[in-house]
Design a protein around this ligand. Sequence first.
Ligand SMILES: Cc1cc2nc3c(=O)[nH]c(=O)nc-3n(C[C@H](O)[C@H](O)[C@H](O)COP(=O)(O)OP(=O)(O)OC[C@H]3O[C@@H](n4cnc5c(N)ncnc54)[C@H](O)[C@@H]3O)c2cc1C
Length: 459
Amino acid sequence: MSRQPLAGWGRTSPSTADVRAVGSTDDVARQVAGHVADRVPGAGRGVLARGLGRSYGDAAQNGGGVVLDMTGLAEVHAVDPGTRLVDVDAGVSLERLIDVLLPRGLWVPVLPGTRQVTVGGAIAADVHGKNHHVHGSFGDHVTSMELVLADGSVRTLRRGTTDPEEAALRRATVGGMGLTGVVTRATIECRRVATSSMVVDTERAGDLDELLAVLATDEDRYPYSVAWFDAVATGGAAGRAVITRGRHAERDELPAASRARPLAYTPGVRAAVPDAVPPGVLNRATARAFNALYYRAAPRRRRTEVQDLTTFFHPLDAITSWNRLYGPRGMVQYQLVVPLGAEDVVRRVVADVAASGHVSCLNVLKRFGPGNDSPLSFPTEGWTLAVDLPVRAGLGHLLRGLDEQVLDAGGRLYLAKDSRADSATLRRMYPRLDEFRATRRRVDPDGVFVSDLARRLEL
Ligand SMILES: Cc1cc2nc3c(=O)[nH]c(=O)nc-3n(C[C@H](O)[C@H](O)[C@H](O)COP(=O)(O)OP(=O)(O)OC[C@H]3O[C@@H](n4cnc5c(N)ncnc54)[C@H](O)[C@@H]3O)c2cc1C
């Protein structure tokens, strides 16, 4: 056990917890049950699982309480290429999973924008990737999982179960941000791939209207699709974008030299950003230059380019600790989804951010497919937009204004990215919050599982 300050990827609101490493389901059960036994009623600060800390805000923090470091619970138990099922501990990272699966011609069914996340974190946030419009979110592919409950008992939660209590607990755990229990092990249904390469179409859109039109038409031809947009340009260039869409390559599409080892994969060398980046490195001038350069450097239109996995899925993973670039005050990633038909809200959000003087370089727009039945799962059918904004004066005011527009359109924010919304806002964004709360109360009546995020949002 050690007292450690913990922060999210955005580094905005660290808090100190007793961090305990766990190496088995029994370990987790002992820690949870022991915590309950020791607890002075009303005085405890509870327990929370933490993966690789890639949520941006305070979701994986439990100030004054216990945090279970799940990264030591990291065995891959079995991979069955026939059924495409992989049985893994919850602390296994998606990076490791790719290493294990690819040589067997299998692929992680949903990958977020970094592979530095654990299976437990991927379930708890019900993460989405570039393929949401065709393959849904991570929880959809989890055929069963093991969950340690507040009394230290272990439950198995199966996809498609007919037991209504098990089904409700599974729904609440997928996207439940660690608040129903600790996931210790999961079976995931993977996809089959013939190569480790992607076939990618890239094109530029001159403005936001063109971008929305492109993403609204051709999407179903591509299993993977995403757009980066310029969040600083105003006027006619507002929302200009680079759209990348692709699919896994077949063996005969590879360059001849690569066909002998179609599944070969080298994740690439990592550079690191030093810890002492001064505030203000990302300012209006540098962000404007970056956005313009990124747009102009992209091909106007390029078809069927063969790309490696990191280039297509995880270019940022080539640089460790890139979040330090935002300086000591950190950054907020603001990610929203609004329904199809609310394109005007997307236009206004892009215009408001560009006009605000706040700057963002990692700006993403994507069309989601339909969501699933988990009450706190973020994706719903519509437009999702994300911007990374360094913290500085006036940011709260800008984001509160954006919240109102998102709310009016019937949209919501992503809990794995959020660090500043309040409970009233959350209630309006997640209409099935009471269903989540009822399930949580049933399995954890004393509130053993808790986080800084749960306290802030009164989950
Ligand atoms: C560069 C970058 C890009 C990203 N891109 C995307 C993206 O494209 N799509 C997307 O959906 N997300 C994205 N994310 C967010 C990230 O995928 C999620 O926050 C994910 O939950 C992080 O996993 P983690 O293992 O780091 O979990 P943590 O951040 O450590 O924890 C996140 C939540 O999961 C809970 N949790 C962790 N492990 C367990 C467990 N074993 N049992 C129960 N609860 C657990 C924690 O309590 C916490 O509430 C991105 C993050 C970064 C930094």
